[in-house]
Design a protein around this ligand. Structure first.
Ligand code: FES
Ligand code: FES
Length: 164
């Protein structure tokens, strides 16, 4: 019988920087991002795929990083919330819209909401309210600030040029 893989050397690009690390096979991607790479902007809430606070983009698709093993991300391009802002530190359009529309309360859900929005608008730059609500339905806001979150995304969708 083949021995199960206990650890693996992986290479991932996170927010534009390439990292090579040896990780235990059981390490969740969210733990790898936060604890090994110190990208703590990605939050860790439920650990069961329900809250969405751990959402990141893996090769352009939004993924709940507590539902993926780090070894499954080998060779992937990952974008976390820390990769959204511009080099000079200014907010990207999604972050700016959330700020302008007071779509942040305690902020716990915000990294995941921003990444879900990034993915939604990459697929559908001008979503309807219903499409927005469907697009963020995997992300829970315990402060229940959905109205302003939806308004922020509607404002982005109303712009001519949306997201890169
Ligand atoms: S921590 Fe991943 S979905 Fe809640
Ligand atoms: S702003 Fe508090 S959980 Fe959403």
């Amino acid at each position: 019988m083949t021995e199960p893989v206990k650890s693996k050397r992986i290479t991932v690009t996170v927010d534009g920087t390439e990292y090579t690390r040896t990780v235990e096979a059981r390490t969740l991607l969210v733990r790898f991002i936060r604890e090994e790479l110190d990208h703590t902007g990605t939050h860790f809430g439920c650990d069961t795929g329900h809250c969405g606070s751990c959402s990141v983009l893996v090769d352009g698709k939004v993924v709940k990083s507590c539902m993926m093993l780090a070894i499954q991300a080998d060779q992937a391009q990952i974008t976390t919330v820390q990769g959204l802002a511009f080099q000079d530190g200014s907010l990207d359009p999604i972050q700016q819209a959330f700020s302008d529309h007071h779509a942040v309360q305690c902020g716990f859900c915000t990294p995941g909401m921003l990444m879900a929005t990034e993915y939604l608008l990459s697929q559908n730059p001008h979503p309807t309210e219903e499409e927005i609500r469907r697009g963020i339905k995997g992300n829970l806001c315990r402060c229940t600030g959905y109205v302003n979150i939806v308004r922020a995304i509607q404002a982005l969708g109303a712009q001519e040029e949306v997201i890169s």
